[in-house]
Design a binder for this molecule. Structure first.
Ligand code: PLP
Length: 359
């Protein structure tokens, strides 16, 4: 395959290639993305607008069935802007305790002046009794402005929240007057796993964020979608955070290509994650894997005698990159650069490492 623009597209090379299962964020842009980037009409997004950014925002809003969209540099920023736009100071934001917003992004509370309250849950689903108790606010006297859900749920091993759970959370939000936000960084993975349209998931919330630079393979960017009035407010918070970009159409162009072409292939990543789980169950039975619903496979190493750190190091020496997840899990994420053959190779590296342990 001829290379264009001095970049390597669709291929990982080298004498002994490293298999990178650390995250789907490592995916490189496709050739079609680069081509769209080169020919995209551009403007100044902070002055009179960038036509390609506008096209991406409208496309994303249409896909999730919301009035408006806002292009932002990252999904963390999309979630933070949602909090800023919908939660007044001294209000409470309720989040599932293992969610990305509650762990990796909770520093946002210091900017928003809100209190992030974790709600315990199972498989990414908040316990609804605890959620309702928090909404009643009898003990804290702090009003809840926002409830946040996450799907697919990263920490829970990429599970897609069941639609009936999402509807129950939406109904509780309506009953108590709280805005319901969905951290949908990987919402396309969730929609594919459930056999639903993204808009059916988005219908369970007032606003939704999504990440272009994970399984969808764009090099950059995320989106926040919601009602027009909310997104106008969000737009001013984006400027306030320094997230207003100029000829951002260069990056939005890759995002458009991602939204149009990438969701349809995610099912392959899910199938391959299940294939990897299968091969590990056969080849390295000391490891315990859950059955992956999407592209994230959590491997429990508790029974092996090695910690997750030790596994990560040993696998890396053999050319397989994964990430330790707390003490006893390693996380493997399947993405566009991982084909069937690489899955077999990865399983083999796990098998050899476990044999080394056994003797
Ligand atoms: C990756 C991720 C984010 C943050 O996305 P960035 O674009 O890296 O800021 C937020 N939420 C979830 C669930 C994620 O997996």
């Amino acid at each position: 395959m001829k290379e264009r623009f001095g970049v390597e597209v669709d291929r990982v090379s080298g004498p002994r290639r490293t298999i990178d299962l650390r995250s789907d964020t490592v995916t490189k842009p496709t050739r079609a993305m680069y081509e769209r980037m080169v020919s995209a009409p551009l403007g100044d997004d902070g002055l009179d607008g960038d036509p390609t950014v506008r096209e991406l925002e409208n496309l994303a809003a249409r896909i999730v069935g919301k009035q408006s969209g806002l292009f932002v540099p990252s999904c963390s920023m999309a979630n933070l802007i949602a909090v800023l736009a919908c939660s007044p100071r001294n209000s409470q934001v309720l989040l599932e305790s293992g969610s990305h917003m509650c762990s990796a992004e909770r520093g946002g509370a210091t900017l928003a002046g809100c209190f992030y309250l974790p709600i315990e849950g199972v498989k990414g689903e908040m316990d609804l009794d605890r959620l309702e108790t928090a909404l009643q606010g009898n003990s804290s006297r702090i009003p809840t402005a926002m409830i946040g859900m996450e799907t697919s749920h990263n920490n829970a091993g990429g599970v897609a929240l069941p639609l009936h759970h999402m509807r129950q959370v939406r109904d509780l939000g309506r009953q108590y007057g709280a805005h319901v936000h969905l951290d949908g960084a990987r919402m396309f993975n969730a929609a594919v796993a459930l056999g639903l349209e993204p808009r059916e998931l988005a219908a369970c919330c007032d606003s939704v964020s999504l990440c272009l630079s994970k399984g969808l393979s764009a090099p950059f960017g995320a989106l926040l979608m919601g009602e027009m009035a909310m997104i106008e407010k969000a737009r001013s918070f984006r400027r306030f955070l320094g997230g207003q970009l100029r000829q951002a159409g260069v990056m939005a162009a890759a995002g458009i290509e991602a939204l149009v072409t990438m969701p349809g292939r995610l099912v392959q990543d899910h199938d391959r994650a299940r294939h990897l789980a299968d091969l590990l169950a056969k080849g390295a039975p000391m490891l315990e894997c859950h059955w992956p619903q999407t592209n994230i496979l959590m491997v429990d190493v508790s029974r092996s005698g090695w910690t997750a750190e030790q596994w990560t190091k040993s696998l890396a020496e053999a050319g397989l990159l994964v990430r330790p997840w707390r003490e006893n899990r390693v996380r493997c994420v399947v993405h566009r650069h991982i084909d069937d053959k690489i899955i077999v190779e990865a399983a083999d590296i796990f098998r050899k490492a476990s044999q080394k342990l056994a003797c």
